[in-house]
Design a protein around this ligand. Structure first.
Ligand code: ADP
Ligand code: MG
Length: 724
């Protein structure tokens, strides 16, 4: 019988697995970095001077790309790509599913006489028509306007993606409807970037920078992920179809020993990491650190920060690269936020700062009072933004999968607050008290501090329980989930910062026009911000039981689940904000809200049906087989006149009955979860389907601890997490 047991077979296969021969690469990382990228340097070498200048103007100053220039770029790009072995090109775009999509076309066009010629013009470069009408659009595309268009994002370089079967030139694009509405995650990044820059420049001008360059948002994402052996992955329909285990008892040995965290990386995993880093380097993705994470089988990679737009494209590319390289090493890379219950989940901390080459990092304290005043205004803007629009930050990280992580006792709480650290919090404290220590020297008001202390704190000192923490020269948004695109939180951050910087600039401009001394005006502005928005600053323990109570008294939102958070997208305040800064129209906001509901419903529905199916066809039969064995044993003993102990049989029969009852409840919940309003359906799913799934799982996990090992069909946590 055990010959058919997929779990036992998987264990044998894992034991027999031989990893691929390691590549002993001759080259150094420096040799291959950016090798497959049509970078600015490549363009400079290959494009006529005037064409190159025009492309740079587009990249640096967001000027529209001249169609004639596009033809020249396309021709150079095609030659370069074909030299690199590319036979096809693809417009790569980022639909609202959060995944990456590609439409591939061949460079070769067949001609009537049986031959083919290579065609790739400026028009094909700057516009594609993937149609792609099946992607979610939240009602933006009616049939009469069903076409979707892709357009090259000049800011994000094209690259060649290698594959054993042939290479492809990939062109990062935006994806919009015929009417110009955004159907993707890239378009709003570009729009919000522009909005934020415009307001940040107003503030910089007030600080005496006459003609500041565009200010960009930087993003450094820290990606957590799990690796498990492919044989186990394939033996788990839940991992395969839902990305997380819907069944599985906690292992006897959990993560409480912390023996995996920052421990030695298993050699098979190290091979994978080296291989991924080579691939990432070729694509110009600056992978930097790698280490084990808290949970067994969990790891992290943090590429160097880049401009938000590039960072977000690179982040998507990193995830697809990890998936494919893991397969090559006989493993599966899991990006789900909570693949294993009771084991640490995975996040994607988004490190965020603002700046440009000329002014440097605007969230870095300076070494003179003037620079510090400017730094404090940018920090003040962050405080206002996060307080005023905490709900939007919350919804930017909301998903059915991240719900398993946020608010649980290991990840940041669902309440959005800011951790400033003792020193910066103290500075703002002084400012709030009206600049008690302020003194006027050399015409400079020191707003409480002559020179700021070195705000960089050692990592051990950082508050890991805060969802939004100042870490010396940037803010770290810790709520984003491991699976999601960083584009969404970056759009929120840019847009709420645009509003806050607009407010700061307007206030200061007015004060100065009214004859107030500039430094005095800065002091007043910051004091007012602390008075109005200081409630969002929280340096305490975000995991404590008291925090939700205190947060409520402070008026901070506690949007526990995605269903609670989604309406934030269509609040009057949000629609006004996004409309004012031309990031989203009201229609686009509604479309995103609807897609959010749809995705939630879809995700949980798939899981619910899988739970029903696996519970019925995998777990229950195994349990019944064991029950039958036990019953036969009792009957045989009785027939032999031996006093039969029926307690084992009874202990199995009880959870079998509970499993049956759970499956019936779940089937009923699934049958009755549909409502006309998508949010009502999502609410019903959260309130009836999820608890029914938990009921099924509870019974099944109890059975896992009872049923004979050779009958248990699903690889256990112990096996999946520890055999690497
Ligand atoms: P930790 O785990 O201590 O938070 P990591 O080294 O794992 O630190 O990751 C830090 C991330 O923050 C990296 O992606 C890094 O590039 C990024 N980062 C550093 N400085 C900035 C900055 N000024 N703006 C945005 N991101 C930054
Ligand atoms: Mg880290």
């Amino acid at each position: 019988m055990s010959g058919n047991n997929v779990r036992l077979q998987a264990i044998k296969d894992v034991e027999a697995y031989v990893p691929p021969t390691p590549i002993h690469a001759e080259e150094t990382p420096g040799d291959i970095f950016g090798e497959n990228v049509f970078s600015i340097q490549v363009m400079q070498r290959r494009l006529p001077k005037s064409v190159f200048k025009s492309v740079i103007a587009t990249i640096e100053r967001s000027e529209p790309l001249d169609p004639l220039v596009a033809d020249a770029v396309a021709s150079a790009m095609k030659d370069w790509a074909m030299e690199k072995g590319a036979t096809h090109y693809a417009h790569v775009f980022y639909p609202l599913t959060g995944l990456t999509a590609e439409k591939h076309d061949s460079f070769l066009d067949p001609v009537g006489d049986g031959s083919a010629f290579a065609s790739f013009s400026g028009k094909t470069l700057i516009q594609g028509e993937p149609d792609a009408s099946s992607f979610p659009n939240g009602g933006l595309r009616q049939t009469f306007e069903a076409r979707g268009y892709t357009g090259w994002d000049v800011m994000s370089p094209a690259y060649v993606l290698e594959n054993p079967n042939g290479n492809t030139l990939c062109i990062p694009t935006i994806f919009i409807s015929m009417t110009g509405e955004a159907l993707d995650h890239k378009t709003p990044v570009l729009r919000s970037q522009q909005a934020m820059s415009m307001q940040a420049k107003r503030v910089l001008r007030l600080f005496g920078h006459e003609d500041p360059d565009n200010v960009v948002a930087y993003c450094g994402p820290e990606q957590e992920y799990f690796l498990i052996d492919s044989h186990f992955f394939l033996a788990r329909p839940d991992l395969l179809n839902a990305g997380r285990t819907l069944f599985g008892a906690r292992p006897p040995k959990g993560q409480e020993f912390d023996d995996h965290y920052f421990g030695a990386i298993p050699s098979r995993v190290l091979g994978f990491m080296m291989d991924t880093e080579r691939e990432l380097f070729k694509l110009g993705i600056p992978a930097k650190t790698r280490h084990n994470e808290v949970a067994p089988g969990q790891f992290e990679i943090a590429p160097m920060f880049e401009r938000a737009n590039e960072a977000s494209d690179h982040q998507q590319l990193l995830m697809t690269t990890f998936k494919s390289v893991a397969k090559k090493h006989g493993m599966e890379c899991l990006f789900h936020e909570k693949p294993f219950d009771g084991v640490n989940g995975s996040g994607k901390h988004v490190n965020f700062s603002l700046g440009n080459a000329a002014q440097g990092n605007l969230l870095l304290p300076g070494d003179n009072p003037h620079d510090n005043a400017q730094f404090l205004v940018f920090c003040g803007a962050v405080i206002r933004a996060v307080h005023k629009y905490g709900g939007l930050l919350r919804v930017s990280v909301a998903s059915a999968s991240n719900d398993h992580r946020l608010g649980a006792n290991e990840a940041p709480p669902a309440i959005i607050s800011i951790f400033l650290g003792d020193q910066l919090a103290d500075v703002f404290d002084q400012i709030a008290k009206g600049g008690a220590t302020r003194s006027k020297e050399k015409g400079t008001l020191t707003i409480g501090v002559d020179t700021l202390p070195d705000l960089t704190k050692d990592p051990g000192d950082r508050n890991r329980t805060s969802p939004f923490a100042f870490t010396g020269n940037r803010f770290e948004f810790r709520a984003p989930g491991s699976m999601q695109t960083v584009a969404v939180p970056m759009v929120m951050l840019n847009t709420i910062m645009a509003e806050a910087l607009d407010f700061c600039a307007t206030t200061l401009e007015k004060a100065v026009a009214a004859g107030t001394d500039f430094n005095e005006a800065v002091q007043t502005l910051l004091a007012d911000i602390v008075a109005e928005h200081g409630a969002v600053i929280f340096n305490g323990n975000g995991y404590s039981e008291e925090w939700p109570i205190e947060a409520e008294q402070r008026g901070l939102k506690n949007l526990r689940t995605t269903v609670d958070a989604l309406p934030e997208l269509i609040s009057a305040e949000a629609i006004e904000l996004f409309g004012t800064y031309e990031v989203f129209s009201e229609r686009e906001m509604h479309s995103r809200y609807e897609v959010g509901c749809e995705q939630y419903i879809l995700t949980v529905s798939v899981e619910a049906n899988l739970t029903l199916e696996m519970g019925t066809t995998t777990v229950l039969p195994a349990a019944i087989r064991y029950q039958t064995e036990l019953a036969a044993n009792v009957a045989a003993l009785k027939a032999a006149g031996v006093d039969a102990d029926t307690s084992t049989l009874e202990s199995v029969s009880a959870p079998i009955a509970a499993l049956r009852a759970g499956l019936a409840t779940l089937a009923d919940a699934i049958a009755h979860d549909h409502h006309d309003d998508p949010l009502a359906t999502a609410t019903a799913i959260r309130d009836t389907v999820l608890p029914a799934m938990a009921q099924v799982r509870g019974a099944a996990d109890a059975l896992e601890g009872l049923v004979a090992d050779d009958l248990w069909p699903l690889p256990t946590y112990q096996e999946m997490l520890y055999i690497l």
